[in-house]
Ligand binder design. Structure first.
Ligand SMILES: [Zn+2]
Length: 314
């Protein structure tokens, strides 16, 4: 769907561990000098470095977003069960599979539908930092080893272990959340997920139930872009404002809001209109103001009022 581009959002975020964080690499450690459960690494100009794959953040964001949608009584499938998930139903019938997908799949995608949302891998530096800043940022990352055991639930004895967990205890990871051709309610949903992860209601990585993975999760810069038919619009618009799309895609109505005071806008001469924080305004505060406004937007209110309910859908 949406072969053209109408709008884009880039939310640059930081992840900082509050309690030790372990994002596990898929491969087993055969090297006996390495810990049993290693933090995932990737090759970089600075050698092998720890990082957080976008997919592991996206997975956590999706399952948390599903919980929010279900709590609001809105249509959400369960992708962990093949039976009953949107992808499992015959989505290819008909021209517009988008409208046959639940609100979670419409945002995070399914095997039959491309995702509106992408997450760029989070590295221990931001790519626009100077060489010196990158090295400094990388030097702030500290890894530790923690002993771990698996307890037999019935007997209360040690079932496996002790083994070693490699965790990151300090430092900052930098990544981006990208949304393309979104409706305002989807950005509002992302804002709720980001808020709750930052407040500690959802952890990242392994051994969450044992206290690991509590992080600070902050949007520290943002940029919105409107193109094509939305290029001239000075309000912030979702794709619901593009004429003719509503009927094809079963979009939520009234997909626009006034620009928050701290976002500046101008066409930038390249046939796109950008919205960015005003000079001297802290991006974090701009995001906080914007996130609040999104939850008051008519589009989010309409989703709550008129969105398809769990009970109405098979
Ligand atoms: Zn679904």
């Amino acid at each position: 769907m949406f072969k053209a581009m109408y709008n884009q959002a880039k939310l640059s975020f930081t992840v900082e561990p509050v309690t030790p964080l372990l994002i596990r690499s898929g491969r087993e450690a055969f090297d006996p000098t390495r810990p049993d459960l290693e933090f995932i690494r990737i090759g970089s100009p600075y050698g092998q470095v720890v990082y957080i794959p976008g997919s592991s953040i996206k997975g956590v964001m999706r399952s948390y977003a599903e919980k929010i949608l279900r709590t609001l009584g809105l249509w959400t499938c369960d992708i962990s069960e093949t039976k009953g998930s949107c992808a499992e139903k015959k989505q290819t019938e008909g021209k517009f599979p988008y409208e046959k997908h639940c609100y979670a799949c419409r945002t995070f995608g399914s095997t039959e539908l491309a995702s509106r949302l992408r997450i760029v891998d989070a590295y221990p530096w931001r790519w626009d930092m100077t060489e010196g800043q990158r090295r400094e940022s990388l030097a702030r990352i500290k890894t530790d080893l923690r002993p771990g055991v698996a307890i037999d639930r019935k007997k209360g004895t040690v079932k496996a272990g002790p083994f070693e967990l490699e965790v990151v205890s300090t430092g900052t990871f930098y990544g981006d959340i990208l949304l393309r051709n979104f409706q305002l309610w989807q950005l509002a949903l992302v804002a709720l997920v980001v808020r709750d992860i930052d407040e500690g209601y959802q952890q990242l990585g392994l051994a969450k139930s044992r206290g690991l993975g509590r992080v600070r999760f902050k949007v520290d810069s943002l940029e919105l872009m409107q193109l094509g038919p939305l290029f001239q619009r000075e309000e912030i618009c979702g794709v619901g404002e593009v004429e003719g799309l509503n009927d094809c895609y079963d979009l939520i109505k009234e997909d626009m809001m006034d620009k928050p005071s701290k976002l500046q806008t101008a066409p930038d001469g390249l046939f796109r209109r950008r919205f960015i924080p005003g000079e001297g305004d802290k991006s974090e505060e701009v995001w906080a103001e914007f996130a609040k406004a999104l939850l008051k937007s008519q589009n989010w209110q309409n989703l709550l009022k008129e969105g398809k309910k769990i009970g109405n859908y098979p």
